[in-house]
Design a protein around this ligand. Structure first.
Ligand code: GLC
Length: 516
């Protein structure tokens, strides 16, 4: 547990996202599960993370790999059962690791009993009022699904229903009070089992304008995952804040719990609204995901993030299960890895909460999978024009020299694992001082224990073109980044950690350093 930071645990925590399907498989079906996670808790403790975020493990037909929830208060048999969940939470807590879980309030699965009943009950029924049904003959507006294609599908009886994601993910109607009451039940169900918080899926999505106005036609082809903007009536409607107030009210009755929202909202003011004192504790901030490996771009992203969280707590993320992993974004191969290591030190030097994505501590890239292996609804819905997110969801390689690298006893893993990943395994990196895993372990340990990380404000130094340096005002930590093509002198101070060895006392290109 942190020794010097003030306030609530989540304000400075290192969260670790476990993509449950891909972390560790205990029963040999080639798909990760809850017992698999439990068997690797020792690793997570060694890594030093404070809390887990588990992606959906609820009952689901898996049209979107669990983000299509058929029963939000039970565990899908693929992942285990409630007893296994309770064991996982208990053992994680024993090791001082908190457990947060996904919550999917925007939509359900089309196999959820509510939707099944709505289809059966027919047009105009109260069952249909829990979702967005509208009569035909035409779809009510021009909205498109984030995964591609129209956001409306028609039933044989002529009604259309709304799905901002796959047709198997009908959007809930939050104007119907049963919807809120059910979410409250779900929150309490998991809080009573001991979870420490929630990650709210599509937290800017639940409310829709009753009049269902058309979206700006220029956005129609931009069905990239959740890039949002003010002229898009599908997202960031004011009523969504009522949902967050409800969530907060419930959480306030459970001490030390928290919620983080997935908020793809541009504009600092709009973003900050989600973090008002009676709403979410944290908001995912994707500015570092969007920034190129360029000192000016990264600085702009940092400054914007700090502005948007000026009255709350900033969060930092480089990768998750929906985006291209940062190693690959920065250039893939050696160069991408070098830059990723540098950005890790930048991210870890910043005040606030961090969200790591499983496998990034091993330097995993996004993999170009063969078409036969692709499963993501983005691939399916885009008519195979977009490859989707599978390449960032490959199972974690633990040990050994060939697939499945200890992930499973079954070589037929749900996504194929590359033949050339032997050097990425935990086993290969654990004892190697220069490995990416060692860099993460050192960075987490120093960040947690060194007084230089105190305080929440930073100040910028002047720096050569293509470089920046900032200082934590409270504790005095200095972080310098070099995105130029030449080595640069470093600010005075004692080196705490560097992403690459210094060259004649200078910071080489594509590297970062911490000093005190
Ligand atoms: C969020 C999730 C993504 C999922 C989508 C629909 O963006 O991160 O994986 O597909 O919501 O639930």
């Amino acid at each position: 547990m942190p020794t010097h930071a003030d306030g609530q645990w989540w304000q400075h925590a290192v969260f670790y996202q476990v993509y449950v399907r891909s972390f560790a498989d205990s029963d040999g079906d080639g798909i990760g599960d809850l017992d698999g996670i439990r068997s690797r808790l020792g690793y997570l403790e060694l890594l030093g993370v404070d809390a887990l975020w588990l992606t959906p493990f609820f009952t689901s037909p898996m049209a979107d790999h669990g983000y299509d929830v058929a029963d939000p208060r039970d565990v899908d048999p693929v992942f285990g059962d409630l007893e296994k969940f309770d064991l996982l939470v208990a053992e994680a807590h024993e090791r001082g690791i908190r457990v947060t879980i996904d919550l999917v309030p925007n939509h359900t699965s089309d196999q959820h009993p509510w939707f099944v009943a709505a289809v059966e009950a027919g047009p105009g029924s109260p069952e249909r009022d829990r979702y967005w049904f509208r009569p035909g003959p035409y779809p009510p507006n021009n909205w498109t699904s984030i995964f591609g294609g129209p956001a409306w599908s028609q039933l044989p009886d002529g009604d259309w229903y709304l799905h901002l994601f796959a047709p198997e993910q009908p959007d809930l109607n939050w104007a119907n009070p049963e919807v809120a009451a059910d979410l409250e039940r779900t929150l309490r169900f998991w809080l009573d089992r001991g979870v420490d918080g929630f990650r709210i899926d599509v937290a800017h999505g639940m409310a829709k304008p009753e009049s269902l106005p058309d979206m700006d036609p220029s956005l129609i082809d931009q069905s990239e995952i959740l890039h949002e903007n003010a002229i898009d009536p599908r997202f960031d409607n004011d009523d969504v804040h009522e949902v967050h107030r409800l969530i907060r009210k419930v959480l306030d009755g459970y001490p030390n719990t928290m919620a983080v929202g997935e908020i793809w909202v541009k504009g600092d003011d709009r973003f900050a609204r989600y973090l008002r004192p009676d709403e979410l504790h944290l908001g995912f901030n994707f500015r570092l995901v969007d920034a190129d490996f360029d000192a000016d771009a990264v600085r702009t992203a940092i400054e914007g993030s700090l502005r948007a969280a000026a009255d709350s707590t900033p969060t930092w993320t480089l990768s998750n299960h929906d985006v291209v992993r940062h190693v690959t974004r920065y250039g893939d191969g050696e160069l991408g890895l070098r830059r990723a290591r540098a950005m890790t030190l930048v991210e870890f030097a910043l005040p606030g909460a961090l969200y790591l994505y499983n496998g990034e501590e091993l330097g995993l890239p996004t993999v170009e999978l063969p078409e036969w292996a692709l499963q993501d609804p983005v691939w399916v819905r885009s008519g195979h024009t977009k490859r989707g997110r599978d390449g960032s969801r490959i199972p974690v390689p633990w040990e050994g020299t060939e697939p499945p690298y200890g992930f499973s006893s079954n070589a037929d893993t749900w996504l194929p694992m590359p033949l050339e990943w032997a050097s990425f395994t935990v086993e290969a990196q654990l004892e190697d001082e220069n490995s990416t895993l060692s860099l993460y372990r050192h960075a987490i340990e120093i960040r947690k224990s060194h007084p230089a990380f105190a305080g929440t404000e930073i100040e910028w130094y002047g720096a050569p073109a293509g470089c920046f340096a900032f200082r934590r005002k409270g504790g005095g930590l200095i972080c310098a980044l070099n995105t130029s093509s030449a080595p640069v002198p470093i600010p005075p101070g004692e080196v705490l950690l560097a992403s690459e060895p210094l060259v004649d006392g200078q910071l080489p290109p594509d590297a970062a350093v911490w000093l005190v």
